[in-house]
Design a protein around this ligand. Sequence first.
Ligand code: SAH
Length: 225
Amino acid sequence: MTPVYRMSTAVQGLGMTSQRARDRLIERLRTEGIGDTRVLEVMRLLPRHLFIDEALASRAYEDTALPIGLGQTISQPWVVARMTEALIEHGLPARVLEVGTGSGYQAAVLASLVAEVYTVERIDELLRAARRRFRKLGIENVRSRYDDGRAGWAEYAPFDGIIVTAAGESVDPALFDQLADGGTLIAPIGPSGLQQLRRYRREGDRVSQETLADVAFVPLLAGVR
Ligand code: SAH
């Protein structure tokens, strides 16, 4: 199966009025160093304005994080693009775990690139809204769960890719345990104001690490809300 660009016709038909704004955003991402055409094409088609409150929809195609309520944010498009590109650079993972569903936008981007997406969110209200969006957009390969994602999702492990979209002091050992051999994990690490986006790759019992960028994420918190 080749799930790249498996965007439902429902998705392609929605929000066409903002296609020009999306095209401009994609040009900007390209200028800012995003080179993976698969990621750019998916983000060119996916209507980000449907993942935020209507009152903010006019700002959906600015390259900026935006509030989604309950003190949380939808990540900046450049960050979503960079994380996704870093996750798939060494081969498309078949099964990906996301910690921090938030608006559902990152999960939706992943859903049109990989076969199976598993996403965990600790705020029920955000998760419910994200699920409504998946349904509306005809996205069927995202499974979601209300829980503390620091424990991963053991039932579906191992994952070829793991993406953490909230910043912690370190990567929880449970996530490395659930990362397949040869798998890639992307996570922002560090305290507020000093976070770095890191990529970890597992080779047998060894895990290598590299720093990709300086970033600003909301904190990874313990327990459910
Ligand atoms: N990927 C999201 C980004 C949302 S911001 C998007 O595309 O919109 C990060 C999210 O991580 C928030 O919704 C926050 O509630 C959630 N989060 C923080 N700590 C968490 C944890 N321990 N487990 C699961 N979700 C967590």
